[in-house]
Design a protein around this ligand. Structure first.
Ligand SMILES: [Zn+2]
Length: 250
């Protein structure tokens, strides 16, 4: 039987530091692992940087969740009195994306010990010019609901943690039950007390009932180099097309 993996992804590191610590404590106490998405501009908080530098990266791995995480739609509502479409941080143009990632890398090299190899955008919204900017700024993978066309591996997203009971969770999990990679997305700042209390049961279910192995993004990257099936789930469309063409020729 093939191994099945589980990745926990938590967004918006920088917001609600107390809830972040509470969330990470539950992950570690229950012998799980997670990827946590840091918003670059919060690296001005030295307490947060110290905390992040002290984490065991083989269990809690930091990924880049952009630099500004700007709330432009909100500002525009104020200004115009109604909701206006405005592109989020990674739905603009190459230069803007490149600048955001460079600002992140600069702060990261100043304040943090390690370097993130994975990216996940605000609201998981991104356009094709983001890929070029990510490759240029030395990122290897991106969390996403859809594959890239070329050049960058994706970590496929599966579900959002919004449930209030284990039964509710199992219900949404069932449709992804057979996926070798299951990625569950969290927003620690939005979790209720009830959901914090539910978390150990969800971890226990995934580990002991479903026999999933908790991994970090860098562990997944290693696995993808040895396991073709896993690689194909993450590979860009063009890599798969090329392979098909080759097969036809042979
Ligand atoms: Zn976010």
């Amino acid at each position: 039987m093939n191994k099945k993996y589980i990745i926990f992804k938590d967004d918006d590191v920088g917001k609600d530091f107390d809830k972040l610590k509470k969330w990470v404590d539950i992950i570690l106490k229950n012998d799980a692992k997670a990827a946590i998405g840091l918003i670059g501009r919060y690296m001005k908080n030295q307490d947060l940087n110290n905390y992040l530098n002290d984490l065991d990266k083989s269990k809690i791995e930091i990924f880049c969740h952009g630099y500004s995480h700007s709330h432009l739609p909100f500002l525009l509502i104020k200004k115009f009195g109604r909701n206006r479409f405005y592109p989020t941080e990674f739905d603009r143009n190459f230069n803007s994306h490149d600048l955001s990632l460079k600002k992140y890398r600069k702060a990261e090299s100043k304040y943090l010990d390690g370097k993130a190899m994975t990216f996940g955008s605000q609201g998981n919204i991104w356009n094709d010019s983001v890929i070029e900017a990510l490759v240029k700024n030395d990122f290897k993978m991106m969390f996403s609901w859809r594959k890239t066309e070329q050049d960058l591996l994706t970590i496929p997203l599966s579900d959002n943690f919004k449930q209030n009971s284990l039964d509710e969770f199992i219900n949404i999990y069932e449709k992804n039950k057979d996926n070798p990679i299951y990625t569950l997305q969290f927003h620690h700042a939005n979790l209720s007390e009830k959901q914090f209390n539910l978390l150990p049961a969800v971890i226990d279910y995934l580990k002991n009932k479903e026999n999933r192995v908790f991994i970090t993004p860098s562990e997944l990257l290693k696995i993808s180099k040895q396991d073709k099936y896993i690689f194909n789930l993450m590979a860009p469309e063009n890599a798969l097309k090329k392979k098909k063409k080759k097969k036809k020729k042979n």
